[in-house]
Design a protein around this ligand. Structure first.
Ligand SMILES: Cc1cc2nc3c(=O)[nH]c(=O)nc-3n(C[C@H](O)[C@H](O)[C@H](O)COP(=O)(O)O)c2cc1C
Length: 275
């Protein structure tokens, strides 16, 4: 057994956890392919006509969230995930190549983040009035920064201004966070998706309820004053009201539907035929 690469059961366990990633409309716009020593993330563009057609930004954000989930899962299983993003300029659907390397025992923080994956829910209920501690918000900002993404807490004044122009857009209670990137391209959206996952899992590990908020281009423009960077994602975090029931998990596609072997490149087909 080659101990430098994870066995199939480990890769399947990591991808199974990554299936729990959030995505707009729960579209799950990803597919995974296993190579010999690599795992490949693709945007799932061949979707059945019965399923909603996501725009490219929601595909990249959702796939970014799945990519961060798989990184956390590998780390908790004892593997460092080296990631090459947008590896093939000729194939825009090929979003990342993940190469796991053996790592030491996971840290307590990594294990806590992985344990948050099955517990995280999009909680659309209004949060309790209790404030979110500054230290928690700082921890969420650090989690986003590690993904090259800036997190700003929307101030009360900006929030009131936006609610005046877009009534009900931000709901009440909790804190509204805007995730923003230095550039506004496909790489930035993928990274913003990874940051979304990092912030949501960190919030869950801290005991906070969380919810992505609708973020059309139009809605994001109203946040231009809340951050010096390009706003990409809006999140609300807060405390679930005391006594509120836990939310059931939303369904996901089966592992067998989203994980398949990477087809060997043509030169290897040739070798197989001639030897
Ligand atoms: C990029 C992105 C955009 C989203 N937009 C919204 C939204 O506008 N409104 C909403 O209620 N939920 C939104 N969600 C949350 C999804 O609906 C949710 O992740 C999905 O239904 C799966 O449920 P779960 O997060 O509880 O696992 C969004 C999630 C992502 C990643």
């Amino acid at each position: 057994m080659d101990r430098r690469i994870p066995d199939t059961a480990t890769v399947e366990a990591a991808v199974a956890l990554a299936l729990r990633a959030p995505s707009a409309g729960n579209a799950q716009p990803w597919s995974w392919r296993i190579g010999y020593s690599t795992l490949h993330l693709f945007a799932d563009v061949d979707r059945p006509a019965s399923e909603p057609d996501l725009g490219e930004r929601d595909v990249l954000l959702g796939c970014g969230a799945a990519l961060h989930h798989v990184r956390v899962a590998f780390a908790a299983l004892g593997w460092d995930a080296e990631v090459r993003r947008l590896p093939d300029p000729g194939d825009p659907a090929h979003l990342a190549v993940v190469t796991p390397h053996p790592a030491g025992r996971p840290t307590a923080g990594t294990t806590a983040l992985a344990a948050a994956i099955p517990r995280r829910r999009t909680d659309r209920r209004p949060p309790a009035a209790w404030p979110v501690p500054r230290e928690h918000l700082d921890a969420l900002a650090r989690a986003a920064a590690r993904e090259d993404t800036r997190l700003d807490v929307v101030t009360e004044a900006v929030r009131e201004g936006i609610s005046g122009r877009r009534p009900g857009a931000l709901g009440t209670g909790g804190e509204v966070l805007v995730l923003a990137t230095a550039t506004d391209d496909r790489m930035a959206l993928l990274r913003a998706g990874e940051a979304t996952s990092a912030v949501l899992l960190s919030a869950t590990a801290l005991g906070l309820a969380s919810c992505p908020l609708p973020a059309s281009r139009d809605a994001l423009e109203t946040f231009a004053g809340a951050t010096p960077a390009h706003p990409q994602v809006l999140l609300r975090v807060g405390w679930a009201p005391p006594g509120s029931e836990p939310l059931p998990p939303t369904p996901r596609r089966r592992l067998g539907h989203v994980l398949e072997p990477l087809p060997a490149p043509p030169k290897y087909h040739h070798r197989l035929v001639t030897t």
